[in-house]
Design a protein around this ligand. Structure first.
Ligand code: ATP
Ligand code: MG
Length: 232
């Protein structure tokens, strides 16, 4: 039996009114990502990669098409995404190019914060943050402030933060763009491990072809569409 489909994008389109007419940022993308699958999304600048993640991540509504999460239709044109905040919180973890950790909280507190949006993280939540960091080989950094961490470590803390709620889906937009190739590969390997060991569906937008071997599948966007033949 194949693993369940976690993310199903069906004919997703997003059009913007630009000064020179309609911009078809996304022009009908259908893509399924299964539990445990690590999918790399490649494509030139402006091809619609970030737009795809915004729609799949329920941060924007599509102009056409639907987003299904774990067998449930959650987003289509006109959906009130504010009402999906809870779905987003429970089902989707985000990682962006910059870690954006809170500078005056320790690594463990940053992770815990995404579980409990409170000023002082209560002990069990903090312990969970520490466990997550340990699972990502960062226990020695749990009590460090972000400024004391390398860029790669910060980004791994951001990955731990995205995992805090054990979401079935992780979406990452150029998570290694600010890292050197060694640290970039470590972060990509982390996604690989997370997908394999936790059964998380992971979609990573990247220009980094050096880590292309780590993906189960690579898709290529061009002008807002899936280019079927070409792979990085
Ligand atoms: N809010 C918006 N309003 C108008 N046009 C937009 C908007 N957001 C994106 N676009 C346009 O949609 C297209 C796709 O943008 P998108 O950011 O998804 O590309 P990308 O593949 O992520 O590029 P990059 O690799 O540079 O990050 C671009 O032409 C962009 O200018
Ligand atoms: Mg982008």
């Amino acid at each position: 039996m194949s693993p369940p489909v976690i993310l199903s994008a069906r004919g997703l389109a997003r059009h913007y009114a630009g000064p020179a007419g309609l911009v078809r940022a996304l022009d009908g993308i259908s893509l399924d990502i299964q539990a445990g699958e690590l999918v790399g999304i490649f494509g030139p600048s402006g091809s619609g990669k970030s737009t795809f993640l915004m729609l799949a991540g329920l941060l924007e509504t599509p102009s056409a098409g639907e987003v299904w999460l774990a067998g449930e239709r959650v987003s289509q044109p006109g959906t009130d995404l504010d009402r999906l905040r809870e779905v987003r919180r429970q089902k989707i973890g985000f990682v962006f190019q910059k870690a954006n950790l809170i500078p005056f909280l320790t690594a463990a507190e940053n992770v815990a914060l995404s579980l409990e949006l409170v000023d002082v993280a209560p002990a069990p939540v903090l312990a969970h943050g520490c466990r997550l960091l340990a699972a990502l080989d960062l226990s020695h950094r749990a009590d460090s402030l972000p400024a004391r961490l390398s860029g790669g470590e910060q980004q791994r803390v951001a990955v731990a933060r995205a995992l805090a709620n054990s979401p079935p889906l992780i979406l990452a937009d150029e998570p290694t763009a600010a890292l050197d190739s060694v640290r970039g590969r470590q972060v990509m390997q982390l996604f690989r491990r997370i997908a394999a060991s936790r059964g998380t569906a992971v979609a990573v937008v990247t220009h980094d072809t050096r880590s292309a071997d780590l993906f189960d599948r690579r898709v290529h966007l061009e002008d807002g569409r899936l280019a079927t033949r070409r792979q990085e």
